[in-house]
Write a protein of this length. Structure first.
Length: 317
């Protein structure tokens, strides 16, 4: 399965789409958000909206219909809200493309196209949800409107496979021992804010039971910066794209108003090798990989296995 043929087939069957909906939960939703940001910025003839699946199910958009493309993701393949969202989209006449790691799961029902992806160490970024979703978004843009940066997107996704291995070693060596704090703030901006959010809710709150808060680097100056003081830990995820200007402003203030600051600068982790035209959408791929390393490092400091859960999949909720 490949993005070009999948989009070409969908357009051949339904004509051009007037709306795209990205539907998932938790980490799967986070993987879809950079592709949504690409379409939100670039598309001129169709809309793009991203939903946590339960909200999509409850507040289903009236725009949803035969000219809609719904791209969903459930890593387990059995997330009830996501499966229901696909059913709702199908009933509305929309084209549905689902992604999962679990062949034969509820979302891989044969009712719609399901892209079953591999998962684990060494899998190319083009074959996991973040890369797949960006490829689908870029192909949709190109085939419906023309997208001058399509080749750059594919080249950038491929480049990530070279960037990540040394970046993992570097982040462990330089930042892996910084998690002695019980609470901290994480800042980021642009499409990369998906991973600022993701690091907080998935890597730390879910996998480490860590109290924390995520803040947009630009929004930091519209309220949250009043809480800045010495002894409070701030982690700034500094991107390599044009959005970096927002992070740089936050950095300048933090340097002079707290003595407890950690910065992960994407430019120092290889991202300048990615074409500048698509760097904003691939920074999140870097930060996801770095977040995985940092949560594992935090787990060692506090003797907390990232795979251990006390509620998720354990109790009724």
């Amino acid at each position: 399965m490949n993005a070009h043929d999948l989009i070409a087939g969908a357009i051949a069957e339904k004509g051009k789409f007037d709306s795209v909906f990205w539907v998932a939960c938790g980490g799967s939703l986070i993987d879809l958000l950079p592709a949504h940001e690409l379409l939100k910025r670039e598309a001129t003839t169709f809309t793009s909206e991203a939903y946590t699946a339960r909200e999509f199910d409850i507040m289903r958009p009236k725009r949803l219909g035969e000219k809609s493309l719904v791209i969903a993701c459930s890593h387990s393949g059995n997330t009830p809200e996501v499966v229901e969202g696909c059913e709702i989209a199908l009933a509305a006449g929309a084209t549905v493309i689902a992604q999962t790691d679990n062949a034969g799961s509820k979302i891989d029902s044969g009712k719609w196209t399901t892209w079953v992806y591999p998962w684990g160490e060494g899998v190319p970024q083009a074959e996991v949800p973040a890369g797949i979703s960006l490829s689908l978004a870029a192909e949709l843009l190109d085939q419906q409107e023309g997208y001058a940066d399509l080749a750059d997107m594919y080249a950038g996704i491929a480049e990530m496979d070279k960037i990540l291995p040394p970046a993992r070693e570097k982040v462990n060596a330089e930042l892996g021992d910084r998690f002695e704090h019980e609470f901290f703030y994480i800042l980021g901006s642009g499409p990369n804010f998906s991973q600022t959010y993701g690091f907080a809710i998935c890597s730390l709150m879910e996998m480490q039971w860590q109290h924390c808060s995520y803040i947009h680097s630009a929004e930091y100056f519209h309220g949250p910066f009043e809480a800045t003081q010495d002894g409070v830990f701030y982690f700034l995820q500094m991107g390599s794209s044009e959005c970096r200007a927002m992070d740089e402003r936050a950095l300048a203030f933090l340097k002079t108003h707290t003595d407890t600051l950690m910065v992960l600068d994407a430019k120092e982790y290889g991202m300048e090798a990615v074409p500048a035209s698509v760097r904003a959408y691939l920074d999140p791929v870097l930060f996801y990989a770095m977040n995985c390393e940092l949560r594992a490092a935090r787990g060692k400091v506090f003797d907390h296995d990232p795979d251990f859960r006390r509620y998720m999949g354990v109790v009724e909720y």
